[in-house]
Design a protein around this ligand. Structure first.
Ligand SMILES: Cc1cc2nc3c(=O)[nH]c(=O)nc-3n(C[C@H](O)[C@H](O)[C@H](O)COP(=O)(O)O)c2cc1C
Ligand code: SF4
Ligand code: SF4
Length: 272
């Protein structure tokens, strides 16, 4: 069965995961969701469809939440979701189910994969050694995911009843607010004088939300909060909420380049 795998990524975890799933499944087209932003309706050209993206605030990114209901799933027999995250998937799989329902279809399986947590507004990134542990963990998880998808299993990794209760409470507290103002949260981004005016931040942004004005980045308030501009700045000049992130590390998945993040803007093939 051929597969279309739609993905969104800020720091490369979801792309690395999508590539591994595509290799495992074989006969799979990888399509960046950001490249289809302008399309009202997206016909899925294969019988199997997958979404790979990060978890943001216990749910899916706004871009992905807006994308799934626009899918024409009429020719789809099996749909799955892979949510990469730092340890707290929250309601991501549950919301994926609802969104596929909104598209008039069904989500058959939802998986979560714990990878490097990149939300440096709240915590620091972990060290080099945990990157290798993350890689090994991802490889193991992808094997399970590929086997499940090949078998057409109905498997929903939503957590136990207590997890779900807690997730609902946290989502109500933080996630709903995030969904309301995600796009304008770039107001919290600032640039240090250490900026070398290289333009990488504008280059990598998957939704063209950064422009350089006299060599300095400005944000246009249609942000997805993917943090690519922050993590890919070569001198770590972009901060969130003032000084908070100045002493914190930056992270890029070791197998993913700035070109890959930027490349999400371009459509790999024309959808019929
Ligand atoms: C705005 C934002 C919110 C996040 N919220 C969560 C979260 O609720 N739970 C979690 O486990 N990880 C969270 N993370 C971490 C990412 O889900 C995780 O690092 C993911 O693998 C990043 O994927 P990417 O490299 O493809 O962008 C968040 C990251 C960002 C940037
Ligand atoms: S990536 Fe960093 S150094 Fe380059 S223009 Fe943007 S803020 Fe300045
Ligand atoms: S401005 Fe930065 S955080 Fe917002 S979508 Fe672009 S790269 Fe991601």
């Amino acid at each position: 069965m051929r597969t279309t795998l739609y993905y969104f990524t800020g720091t490369g975890n979801s792309l690395a995961c999508a590539r591994a799933v595509a290799t495992g499944l074989g006969d799979t087209d990888l399509v960046p969701i950001a490249s289809l932003r302008g399309q009202d309706r997206v016909r899925v050209p294969t019988e199997r469809v997958g979404i790979v993206c990060p978890v943001y605030f216990y749910t899916l990114p706004v871009l992905v939440r807006e994308f799934i209901p626009r899918l024409d799933l009429s020719g789809v027999e099996y749909a799955f979701l892979v949510a990469t995250m730092g340890g707290f998937p929250g309601l991501a799989v549950e919301h994926g189910e609802e969104l596929f329902g909104n598209a008039g279809g069904e989500l058959h399986a939802g998986f979560t994969v714990r990878m490097f947590a990149n939300y440096i507004a709240e915590y620091n990134v972990r060290g080099e050694r945990s990157v290798h542990a993350m890689q090994r963990r991802m490889e193991r998880r992808v094997k399970t995911i590929v086997a499940s998808v090949h078998a057409g299993e109905g498997r929903m990794e939503k957590g136990g009843p207590f997890d779900r209760l807690l997730s609902r409470a946290v989502f109500r507290l933080l996630g709903q607010k995030f969904l309301q103002d995600a796009r304008t949260r770039d107001r919290r981004f600032t640039v240090d004088p250490s900026c070398v005016h290289c333009g990488t931040c504008a280059y990598v942004c998957p939704v063209e939300n950064v422009v350089l004005v006299d060599g300095t980045p400005q944000w246009l308030s249609h942000c997805e909060q993917c943090f690519a501009c922050i993590h890919f700045c070569p001198v770590a000049a972009i901060q969130v909420q003032g000084k908070r992130t100045r002493m914190r590390g930056r992270y890029q998945h070791p197998d993913v380049r700035a070109d890959d993040i930027a490349g999400q803007k371009a459509a790999p093939f024309k959808q019929q």
